[in-house]
Design a protein around this ligand. Structure first.
Ligand SMILES: [Zn+2]
Length: 491
């Protein structure tokens, strides 16, 4: 038995969770559920990043004390994991003074001891939106390319992290594949980022950043986001006390992140770990952004998609299906209600829902709902298992779903071709063969769907009283009750 430890990035609590975070949770959930299914001891962590000036501003905007505001935002993030049926084992908050803070302080002290931190006067362009210094070379017309604001000129004395010391080792680990970046197409970009990387500011004066973790033995300074937030991946696992849990699960097998925080996860975090003498995560999986009607989501455009409203309207599995199928795992993808409803009616209602309903009806009407499994009558291997597994292992979750839906389409076509409603009257032997092939296909689909659409998968197992095992045991008796439609047509 192998272990599998996966994390999402932690949600920044300056605003309620958006659909991008929903996508990240879903992708991580599929990987976690898949690993449990194949028997790996799995741990899935998510949580919230709650410090920093932008959070304080968010609280002010809502007229709330910051503690109350972050409680509320973290509550919403948790609620999102529930309504999306996310199977996370733990949820860490960076304001957690019992679990998180002591671990961060220990980590900071380890860096100091290793000579990884030093104090330095620094002058530069500071983007408030980024909450960080931004290089002059990154500005476009003197403005931050992301926030479109003119950065402030700031001079401060801060703690700096000796990142440059680890550049060579980090490059070597990426080039050798020991530290994996998925998709591989990003490796070149990452190596360039490492070449350009400099030592980074690791703290801010208390006067400009109050809402954070104090630097040990330096009351004038607050830790900046790097040591504060990235460490959640180890604090939640018991790094402080070097628990069994930590020893078993660290290093993480996958940190799943958005492309906007690539640099932090492929350079800053691993360099910090190298400095503290800890092993690096095995892989960083990078997903893209969701656009809406081809545009970036933003408050000013008013095109932000609320994941709560989406689940309310369409149900959890249709939302899971759409986001995981429509959006290529490692690339940008576009959201639209039209596409969602097309996928719903096409793939779910007319595809899977129709298949399940047709086959269940045939068994109810012609066999009193009873079917004994006889593998000799099964003609074909229905699901291309290899393609499915390979797709999941290569972080092409959309393709894994594509493999399943090929089977759904083949099975529906098979019904059309064999016309089992005629076979039932004219050739019971042939009818039985057809039904065994179809029930086998449905069983396999339900089995492989478990990581993606756990509720739907469960419903299908229940409709057919099918065995929840990878293969159907010889002689298994199915008791079929069609019940309600899996996906009532959406009009
Ligand atoms: Zn900015």
């Amino acid at each position: 038995m192998n272990k599998f430890y996966i994390t999402t990035a932690i949600l920044y609590t300056n605003a309620p969770p958006h659909i991008g975070f929903a996508l990240e949770l879903l992708q991580a959930d599929v990987l976690a559920r898949y690993n449990r299914l194949v028997g790996n001891e799995t741990w899935f962590l998510t949580g919230t990043d709650e410090h920093g000036t932008t959070v304080v501003k968010g609280a002010e905007k809502h007229g709330k004390p910051v503690e109350e505001f972050v409680d509320e935002m973290a509550g919403l993030a948790r609620k999102l994991t529930k309504i999306l049926n996310i199977s996370n084992n733990d949820f860490i908050r960076t304001t957690d003074k019992e679990r998180h803070w002591p671990a961060v302080i220990k980590f900071w002290n380890e860096l100091v001891e290793a000579g990884g931190l030093y104090k330095k006067k620094y002058k530069g362009s500071y983007c408030v939106g980024h909450e960080s210094f931004i290089k002059k070379s990154e500005l476009i017309d003197g403005r931050c390319p992301l926030h479109k604001t003119i950065p402030e000129e700031v001079e401060e004395e801060n703690w700096f992290f000796r990142l440059t010391k680890h550049k060579k080792e980090l490059k070597q680990k990426i080039e050798s594949g020991e530290f994996k970046i998925v998709p591989e197409s990003r490796i070149k970009e990452v190596l360039n980022l490492i070449d350009d990387a400099e030592d980074i500011s690791f703290s801010r004066p208390v006067s400009s950043l109050k809402w954070g973790i104090p630097v040990p033995n330096d009351p004038e300074q607050t830790m900046y986001v790097w040591a504060d937030a990235l460490t959640n991946y180890i604090s939640a696992m018991g790094y402080k006390d070097n628990t069994e849990q930590f020893q078993k699960f660290w290093p993480a097998d996958v940190h799943l992140i958005g492309k906007d925080i690539l640099r932090f996860h492929v350079i800053y975090w691993p360099a910090m770990l190298l400095s503290a003498g800890l092993p690096l995560p095995k892989a960083i999986y990078v997903h893209g952004f969701i656009t809406v009607g081809g545009e970036k989501m933003s408050k000013t455009v008013g095109n932000i998609i609320d994941p709560f409203a989406l689940v309310e309207k369409y149900g959890v599995d249709p939302v899971r299906y759409f986001l995981l199928r429509e959006i290529s795992s490692a690339e940008d993808g576009d959201f639209s209600y039209k596409k969602l409803e097309e996928r719903y009616n096409g793939d779910l209602a007319n595809g899977l829902g129709n298949l399940v309903s047709r086959v269940a009806t045939l068994i109810e009407n012609n066999m009193d709902g009873e079917l004994i499994y006889d593998s000799a009558k099964r003609k074909a291997q229905s699901v291309k298992l290899e393609g499915y597994e390979k797709a999941i292992e290569e972080f092409r979750l959309h393709d894994a779903l594509g493999e399943i839906w090929k089977t759904v389409a083949d099975a529906n076509k098979y019904v059309d071709e064999r016309k089992p409603w005629l076979e039932a009257k004219e050739s019971p032997e042939r009818f039985l063969e057809t039904i065994i092939v179809l029930v086998s296909a449905i069983h396999d689909v339900a089995w492989l769907l478990q990581p993606f659409l756990p509720e739907t998968s469960e419903k299908i197992f229940n409709i057919f009283d099918a065995p929840q095992s990878e293969t159907i045991p010889e002689g298994h008796s199915f008791h079929v009750k069609k019940g309600k439609a899996l996906f009532p047509k959406f009009s």
